[in-house]
Ligand binder design. Sequence first.
Ligand code: UQ8
Length: 179
Amino acid sequence: AWADWALVSNQSALTFVSTKAGNIAEVHKFSSIKGQVTAKGAAIIEIDLISIDSAIPIRDERMQKFLFETAKFPKAKIVADVSGVLKKSKSAAYVTASVPAQLQLHGQEQSITLELAVATLNDGQIMVSATQPTIVNASGFDLVAGIEKLREIAGLPAISHSVPVSFSLLFAPSPTKAH
Ligand code: UQ8
């Protein structure tokens, strides 16, 4: 049965915005993410933190080493129950929903709320995007020291500890074992 969905990595985007020196905003992305949603609505997304792409290779290395500490914490994980959204999606091709989720990042776990727009496409694919960014506060994930280290290395007066995250994800039906 075509019961479950798998994230189509090369058709999905996960980005965040950093702000430095008060008024310089820059977009960063993660090029490798994985994910799946079961027919029952258990959603898991895994972000390969080493895949950080800030458009400056030396900065990517510094973010891996000093911010995310990828040797110790290689992945971030988002877990959510989207059964309610899947149910709504059966009767409407486009729905929006506020969905609580757990975010595991840098050895810490926090509850977050995702504001989702879910579009069901013709071939059973599902497009999930954020109707508003999710703000990640570095302090909740023990990331303040890492940001301050990056600030010092780059000789910057400030880097914001509050980071808006956006995403647009494509899920495709995947065959599952019959049970
Ligand atoms: C079917 C259905 C409904 C499915 C739904 C499924 C579902 C559950 C979907 C959820 C999807 C999802 C993926 C949600 C995302 C959730 C979130 C919130 C994920 C978090 C992602 C994450 C890990 C975010 C990062 C967080 C964070 C606090 C980052 C800090 C970044 C900062 C502030 C970096 C600073 C960069 C900077 C300015 C460095 C300075 C700098 C340096 C060091 C440098 O070397 C250099 O070059 C020489 C520079 O340039 C000159 C520099 O600027």
